[in-house]
Each structure stands twice: as structure tokens, then as C-alpha cells.
Design a protein around this ligand. Sequence first.
Ligand code: HEC
Length: 157
Amino acid sequence: MAKKFLIFGGLYLLLASIAVGFFILTGKLTTQHAILDPLNIAEGKIIYEQNCASCHGIDLKGQPNWETKRVDGTFPPPPQNEDGHTWQHSDRQIYSYIEEGGAYFSPPPFKSNMPGYKEILTSKQIWNLITYIKSRWPEEIRKRQTAANFAGGFGHH
Ligand code: HEC
């Protein structure tokens, strides 16, 4: 009798931990894949306008000739809309680029003007930013970027 209880008790614990594990995992996945929630988009827009618009443009169009290296070795800020290549990266890669800044990922002689924001923005704010940027992409581009997410993301640049 006691043995039976032990077996069922063990089974119950196992199922409970699988359930908890599942919720932790799905919670993680939803934050990583920036769900287009209107409140998050609204917050992301404000953060974008305060921190990013000066370089990437209030309209997300970036600076002219963004694909051409300047004489000082830096590149002009690229668009964040569908004209740029942000959407060719997975959510994780976009997140890390904003968190660490450009220099972290590109060893010299590459010179980056993209600042890192990990001391300035919380992780939630960065995800809301990404959500806002995504909300400005056409549906088709969003679908292609989602595919990149699940494929593990394209290579960098
Ligand atoms: C001082 C100008 C400047 C500011 C401010 C800035 N960026 Fe950038 N950003 C750049 C430049 C320049 C690049 C091009 C790559 C490089 O030089 O590292 C870039 C690249 C990026 C990329 C990678 C694009 C790609 O296609 O690989 C993302 C994403 C990005 N910025 C998002 C942001 C966000 C979000 C903010 C605001 C939190 C922001 N940037 C603020 C200058 C800036």
C-alpha cells in the first residue's frame, strides 16, 4: 500500500515538474519572440523615439548611403524598416546587438557607431523596442523574419 503511494507520489511530482518546466519554457519563448502586443508596441515607440530615432530616423529609414563606409571607417545608421537588414536576423541577434552595441560583435578594424544599451534599458524595454520595430514591418517581412528565428537566425551581415 505504502509502496503504491510512493509510486503515485513520484509520478505526480514528475508530471508537476514537467508542467512547470513547460510554463517556464513557453514564457521564455514568448519573450524571445516579441509578441505584437499593442501596449508593448506603444512603449517601444516611446523608447525608440528617445534613444534611437536620432540615428535611425523617426521614420525608421536610417541615414542616406547607409551601405557605404565613411572616410572615418564607420557606417551610417541603417534603416530599421524593411529597407534595412535588421529583419534578416533572429530576435536574439537583434536583442544582443542593441544590448551590447556594434563594437562588441565586430572586432577592429571595423568601427561601429552603434552604442550598447544594457546599462540604459531594461530587458523588457529592449523587447518592447524590438516589438515596435517589428510592428512597422510589412506582414510578409515579419513572416520571413519569424522563419529566421526558428531556423536559428541568419549569419551576421
Ligand atoms: C549614435 C547613432 C546610433 C544610435 C543612437 C543607435 N544606433 Fe543602431 N546602429 C547604428 C549604426 C551606425 C549601425 C550600423 C552597424 C554598426 O556600425 O555597428 C547600427 C546598427 C543597428 C542594428 C543592427 C542592424 C543590422 O541590420 O544588423 C540594430 C538592430 C540597431 N542599430 C538598433 C538600434 C536601436 C533599437 C537603437 C536605440 C535603442 C539604436 N540602434 C541606436 C547607430 C546608432
